[in-house]
Design a binder for this molecule. Structure first.
Ligand code: M6R
Length: 618
């Protein structure tokens, strides 16, 4: 939450910062602001609302040229999303400007002390306290400004989660950053350097990045980067090359990033398998950093995740238990830590997160590691905190996901979980090689099936437009169709702002059927009619039951499944796949439906209200 950019170099700091903010706006869009250093003065502008408001203001009243600057796009925590609470925040002397992502938990105490010492705070934010604390620390350090040392001293007074970036009028070519429990990455250019919440901000200028560790302060100059701990000791850093380029973070001709990301799913699914499954059906996951002996010891798996990633975990549970016979629980990260879960050294905790920065998941994995359990991260973002703090990691190769609503991130999380489940089965000998090979062969066919579904989405889009004025949509599924129903409902809630709920088909008669009235749309995900026939027939019975009570049934069923035809007001066909793999195709119409519904209702598909892509606060 909140996007942060810092720049020092030879180019226009304002242009660099605004360009970075454009790429980070998915992190929050309640307000945006910039500060640049010009001839010993701070020049700032900040506006409530989307970045476009700030850009319009800068167009009217441009800031003077500068080569050092910072910028922020906000997801509000403390204080309303107005101009006054927009970042950057300044101190009493207008010498220091600060931007922040996170929550400073002891801010009320800090603020009261500052006010007692005569500081005038003009916003309701927790961030502003930092600007005034920096003012004090800079003054106490005397001549020869050392902004990094002032920042270290301030950080030692702070509690909570924060990324902070600051500039000072007396340090014209310096940007200082700090991080605890919140992302910050350095981009190393030629004669210029960047700080940002995410590499996307500077990817058009450099693909050389440096991860910052927990409790570190970075001093950025044109020609160098110095990293220390909060205590001032030199800190070891890890540099890496970003393996995607700027075009991956562009809309590429689509109206919305979400549409582009939906379309990229065949490739993303294929890429996530690439190099990990041999033609002989054997899985190669040595990169995971968990030895076969460690995997053989596992006697319980707990998957922790939030939102869409949680739904990927629910799908994974069906597959992992079926293939490995290891008990597998799935829990919302935000609940896990607070309920005293039973964890041992033989428990494998799988933390799923697209961004790698979700605070609840980070806290859950820390808790698990404190109890001695091993943690495997499934993550899409290289260099992010969750994989860094885990014992092992398997990256999804979805490429950058910019739209707030996760799509390709979700499908690749499911694929990565499947790979982990199959690998466990291989290592532990739960399945014969030919059984694993048969699943792997099916998995290999999925990118083409995903592509085939995408080609026939026009009727789904037309239906979404037709239903644009309805007030509620219900989703129904069984087995892996149940998490698919939950995911369909989540997508619709977050994008269309309407009542949407997913149900397990078997639960219908235990309450939800009371919601059915004339014309209410119900999207039913029908399991394969092959193999687990009874499951299929039970969902068809559910469809009949709701239709008899007036529901308008939208049925997602496999090609060749004629049993559903009499009960479907609308039929969406997907290619036939083994039951466990079905979510990779049945989810897609639900994504398309939600995106089209949002557009038809006039919403911003990529930036739904009140949300942010990366939830870095609890
Ligand atoms: O980055 P993560 O995968 O940890 O994010 C988890 C959720 O915040 C995320 O999936 C959220 O639910 C999406 N907006 C759903 O589309």
């Amino acid at each position: 939450m909140c996007g942060i950019v810092g720049y020092v170099g030879e180019g226009s700091a304002l242009n660099m910062v605004i360009e970075g903010l454009r790429r980070l706006e998915y992190r929050g869009y309640d307000s945006a602001g910039v500060a640049v250093l010009v001839d010993g003065k701070l020049e700032t502008d900040k506006r409530a609302g989307k970045l476009a408001n700030l850009e319009a203001s800068l167009q009217e009243q441009p800031l003077p040229h500068s080569t050092t600057g910072i910028g922020h796009t906000r997801w509000a925590t403390h204080g309303a999303p107005n101009d006054r609470n927009a970042h950057p925040h300044l101190d009493c002397t207008r010498s220091v400007a600060v931007i922040h992502n996170g929550i400073i938990e002891n801010f009320a105490e800090l603020r009261a002390d500052l006010e007692e010492r005569g500081h005038q705070l003009s916003s309701e934010t927790d961030t502003e306290a930092v600007a005034h604390l920096l003012e004090e620390e800079v003054a106490s350090l005397g001549d020869g400004l050392d902004l990094a040392e002032a920042m270290r001293r301030v950080c030692r007074q702070l509690e909570g989660a924060f990324t902070l970036v600051a500039v000072h009028v007396d340090a014209p070519d310096v940007v200082v950053g700090a991080r605890r429990n919140s992302p910050l990455v350095v981009g190393r250019g030629d004669g210029e350097n960047f700080l940002a919440s995410d590499v996307a901000a500077f990817i058009a200028h450099t693909r050389e990045a440096v991860e910052l560790g927990q409790d570190q302060v970075v001093e950025l100059r044109r020609d160098g980067v110095t990293v220390t701990t909060f205590d001032g000791a030199p800190a070891a850093t890890h540099g890496y090359h970003v393996d995607w380029d700027a075009s991956a973070a562009e809309k590429g001709g689509y109206d919305y990033f979400m549409l582009k990301e939906i379309a990229e799913q065949p490739q993303a699914v294929a890429d996530t398998m690439l190099g990990r499954v041999g033609r002989d059906g054997r899985l190669h996951l040595d990169e995971m950093r968990l030895s076969d002996d460690e995997l053989r010891e596992v006697d319980k798996i707990i998957i922790v995740a939030c939102g869409t990633a949680f739904h990927a975990g629910l799908v994974a549970k069906y597959a992992i238990e079926h293939w490995t016979r290891i008990p597998c629980e799935v829990e919302l990260s935000s609940e896990f830590r607070y309920r005293d879960p039973v964890l041992t050294t033989r428990t494998l905790v799988v933390a799923i997160s697209q961004s790698g920065e979700t605070m609840d998941t980070l806290m859950a994995l820390r808790h698990a590691r404190e109890q001695g359990s091993r943690v495997l991260a499934i993550c899409n973002t290289n260099g992010s905190t969750i994989p860094r703090e885990s014992d092992a990691v398997l990256y999804t190769h979805a490429g950058p996901e910019v739209a707030v609503a996760s799509t390709k991130g979700y499908l690749t999380q499911i694929v990565a979980c499947f790979l982990v489940g199959l690998y466990l089965a291989q290592v532990r000998g739960n399945k014969y090689g030919d059984e694993i090979k048969s699943v792997v062969d099916d998995l290999r066919k999925m990118p083409d099936k995903v592509a085939a579904v995408l080609e026939r989405m026009e009727p789904v889009r037309a239906l979404a437009r037709e239903l644009r004025d309805c007030t509620s949509v219900l989703f129904l599924g069984r087995h892996v169709g149940y998490p698919t129903a939950l995911e369909g409902a989540l997508k619709l809630k977050e994008l269309a702002y309407m009542h949407a709920e997913g149900f397990a088909g078997g639960e219908l008669k235990h309450g939800p059927i009371a919601l059915i009235e004339e014309g209410v749309p119900v999207i039913a995900v029908v399991p394969s009619s092959l193999g687990r026939g009874s499951l299929h027939d039970k969902v068809v019975s559910n469809i009949q039951e709701i239709r008899a009570r007036g529901a308008r049934t939208i049925v997602i069923a496999e090609e060749g499944d004629e049993g559903v035809v009499p009960y479907a007001d609308h039929l969406v066909r997907v290619p036939s796949s083994p039951t466990l793999l079905q979510p990779l195709v049945t989810t897609i119409p639900l994504q398309v439906f939600a995106a089209e519904m949002a557009a038809a209702r006039g919403h911003d598909v990529d930036q739904p209200r009140n949300l942010a892509k990366s939830v870095t606060v609890e």
